[in-house]
Design a protein around this ligand. Structure first.
Ligand code: ZN
Length: 113
């Protein structure tokens, strides 16, 4: 489980981006997590309270936006959701595809007080 490390990394990046600004505290962090990224949203959420050891994050809340995994078939060009089809193209059955989205792990928004 590497989510704890990612929580601290997220907090560090946010602290750096807020350095020098007149901010009392972080109210909410909105994270974008892709469906097939290496981050398990449930674990990330359960590790998030560890960030509250830091003064800026004392009362911070977490929101997560899950980005669906979408691929484009390299054989027939169809775009499709990867998770329900287990990665196979629903049109031609090929497994050969390009991933268009779903690996995201981004800080989308930081609401501050
Ligand atoms: Zn196809």
């Amino acid at each position: 489980m590497h989510e704890l490390g990612l929580v601290f990394e997220m907090a560090r990046v946010i602290e750096e981006s807020l350095a020098g600004e007149d901010v009392t505290a972080v109210d909410t962090v909105v994270m974008e997590i892709g469906e097939v990224s290496s981050v398990v949203p449930h674990y990330f959420e359960s590790c998030f309270p560890a960030a509250r050891q830091r003064p800026l994050f004392r009362d911070a809340k977490l929101e997560m936006e899950i980005i669906p995994a979408v691929g484009r078939c390299k054989r027939c060009g169809k775009e499709f959701s990867i998770v329900p089809t287990k990665g196979y193209c629903p049109q031609c059955g090929s497994f050969d595809k390009e991933l268009l989205s779903g690996r995201e792990f981004n800080i989308r928004e930081v609401r501050v007080i």
